[in-house]
Ligand binder design. Sequence first.
Ligand SMILES: NC(=O)C1=CN([C@@H]2O[C@H](COP(=O)(O)OP(=O)(O)OC[C@H]3O[C@@H](n4cnc5c(N)ncnc54)[C@H](O)[C@@H]3O)[C@@H](O)[C@H]2O)C=CC1
Ligand SMILES: C[N+](C)(C)CCCC(=O)O
Length: 438
Amino acid sequence: MMAGLASAAAHHHTNSRRDLLHGNMEPQGERRDNIAKLEVINNGKTITEAEYDIDAAWQCIEYYAGLAPTLSGQHIQLPGGAFAYTRREPLGVCAGILAWNYPFMIAAWKCAPALACGNAVVFKPSPMTPVTGVILAEIFHEAGVPVGLVNVVQGGAETGSLLCHHPNVAKVSFTGSVPTGKKVMEMSAKTVKHVTLELGGKSPLLIFKDCELENAVRGALMANFLTQGQVCTNGTRVFVQREIMPQFLEEVVKRTKAIVVGDPLLTETRMGGLISKPQLDKVLGFVAQAKKEGARVLCGGEPLTPSDPKLKNGYFMSPCVLDNCRDDMTCVKEEIFGPVMSVLPFDTEEEVLQRANNTTFGLASGVFTRDISRAHRVAANLEAGTCYINTYSISPVEVPFGGYKMSGFGRENGQATVDYYSQLKTVIVEMGDVDSLF
Ligand SMILES: NC(=O)C1=CN([C@@H]2O[C@H](COP(=O)(O)OP(=O)(O)OC[C@H]3O[C@@H](n4cnc5c(N)ncnc54)[C@H](O)[C@@H]3O)[C@@H](O)[C@H]2O)C=CC1
Ligand SMILES: C[N+](C)(C)CCCC(=O)O
């Protein structure tokens, strides 16, 4: 099967790439709403977020459809009339191994740049969320993508491992946890595959006393509570300058308590259910551990049963804010992947930068300040693939997204991603006689 896909990819010409991606890829009206509803059932996130994710997915496909015809090489003049040129060529079959937190959107993030660069795709949704990725593949099929160019395989670790070992897979793009990411890299090394790793984080959010507090509070909530806190970029270490700590905590707790947790299909709901019982237990375990280590629970952190009887077996919990945190606590060091914000005081910029960077992760970071020089200085000094200034959690398709340090490498979205789904061939041309020593 893989050999067939590789040749399909090789024959996949730039113009046809553009046509194919420009087919009717934008799910409109009822279709978009149905996919969003299925994503809610798939994942447990709210309908409002799911609709956003579906839109982000088609925007990604449209973006790379536009980018496809712009892919080009370079012409390099050499002495004596000789010259060289470069061609951007596909890698072959690109495998995607997906996480469960953004099932439809991540599937689009993997497929769109791969197809735009002329590759074939085989992707594996997480077994926790197998449904909506298949719909994306069906949409590609309806839009005219040749059979065999976009493929979905279902399964867990074993299927993922088979993809990483397959000799005809040229690249693996993985989204998930650090331990599994390391295994993917190790397995892919056996056949020297290209690898993109989008792994976890424990991102710092720095809130200076000269910030606009209202926006900083909004940013902190966006950095912690989307998708029930199960977001790799989440800014879960919230460092607040000591002078504004009381006001910040008062406002953040007030707003966190007001988050409507419940039926994710209702538009007024702002937080749905976690992905599974083990994930809920794991997150509650982190809260219990935090208390044991001396953190104070300002709100939430409890299992929650919504009043609607049909929701009684859901994996709901109340969003949690912890203070009295120290840098050496488990809740501050480890990725929780649930709705738990840890708040830490700081005094100086120098000190907070050192503490913010004192982690093996480096996916995202954020700073709230009105001081423009400080904002850019801090952004330059934070060791992370993304730094948000006076905002958090957005990832527009035009903008590259990816990690530093153990949060991974390679990029998704933006022009930069072309480098990770194509290879550069150099062609050297002599116009005169061969200059030979023999
Ligand atoms: N930072 C992030 O983006 C994510 C972090 N997580 C964290 O990881 C924990 C475990 O969740 P999982 O869904 O099990 O994440 P995972 O990282 O183990 O799984 C991600 C993907 O890799 C596949 N996979 C698992 N083992 C594999 C292997 N040996 N070879 C190849 N593919 C493999 C899975 O089937 C899934 O498609 C969660 O509790 C959460 O805390 C989970 C998902 C995303
Ligand atoms: C869109 N954003 C930044 C909230 C989430 C990124 C995707 C991920 O968590 O895997």
